[in-house]
Design a binder for this molecule. Structure first.
Ligand code: ADE
Length: 249
């Protein structure tokens, strides 16, 4: 079996894992650096996809075709959509949808043309294991980031949610846009810019896939301020801890 692919969009989202992988030299393919190695007893390939659906899909295709990845996990941040989801919470995918795909009237809105699919399923076992690992860690969040940071972000009791994550090539940064997404897709927990694209590639390659996203902002008028603040001060420590705990169990 091949390695586990671990992917994020931004360096801040993966810096902790990359720091653990930097012993060797990366493999350069298609303008990406693939860091191959062992992490907590598992063979992994860690890679920065860069931002957006095309960047993420291109990266996933290399993980599938070149590295023969046996599973892929996407990690990073997302904007909250559902009212019960707060900044600092963790969202683990059970399914993915590309909210900016619309080939109607030829195909139903959101359906990926010629696949018949609107919602790509995450791998149930993978999602369950990631959620369990996140729940254990969030039971004591100050262990991860310290009380000062927790208070600065108002992260009193972060929670883990599982459900629909939606992706599109837009950073959602107005209340009007997030309200529109919420009413069009009421069960969407969070929005980001890569997951559903990787889910489509993994579906085509029959590779188990799931995503774990920490909520950095509310996809509203404050998102442009909340997002950079969160990824600098909190994000990497959360995702590294969740991924490592998952790998070691
Ligand atoms: N990732 C994190 N926050 C986001 C937002 N508001 N929109 C899209 N992707 C995001």
């Amino acid at each position: 079996a091949g390695p586990i692919g671990i992917v994020a969009a931004l360096r801040q989202e993966l810096s902790g894992l990359l720091a653990l992988m930097h012993d060797g030299q990366p493999v350069h393919i298609g303008n990406r650096e693939f860091w191959v190695g062992e992490l907590d007893g598992s063979q992994v390939v860690v890679v920065l996809s860069r931002v957006g659906k095309v960047a993420a899909a291109a990266t996933a295709a290399v993980l599938a075709a070149h590295f023969g990845a046996r599973a892929i996990v996407y990690t990073g941040v997302a904007g909250a959509l559902a009212p019960q989801v707060a900044i600092g919470d963790v969202v683990v995918s059970t399914e993915f949808l590309q909210h900016d795909v619309d080939a109607s009237p030829l195909f139903p809105r959101w359906e990926i043309p010629l696949t018949g699919i609107t919602r790509f399923k995450a791998d149930a076992k993978l999602a369950k294991a990631l959620a369990a690992s996140a729940r254990t860690l969030l039971a004591n969040p100050s262990f991860l980031v310290g009380d000062t940071v927790l208070h600065a972000f108002g992260l009193t009791a972060p929670r883990v949610h599982t459900g629909l994550i939606i992706s599109g090539d837009r950073f959602v940064s107005t209340e009007a846009e997030s309200t529109a997404l919420r009413s069009a897709l009421p069960d969407a927990l969070a929005v980001e810019m890569e997951g559903a694209a990787v889910a489509q590639v993994c579906h085509e390659w029959s590779i188990p896939f799931a995503a774990v996203r920490i909520i950095s902002d509310r996809a509203d008028d404050a998102a442009g301020v909340d997002f950079p603040r969160f990824i600098t001060e909190v994000e990497s420590r959360y995702s590294v801890a969740i991924i490592r705990r998952w790998l070691s169990h």
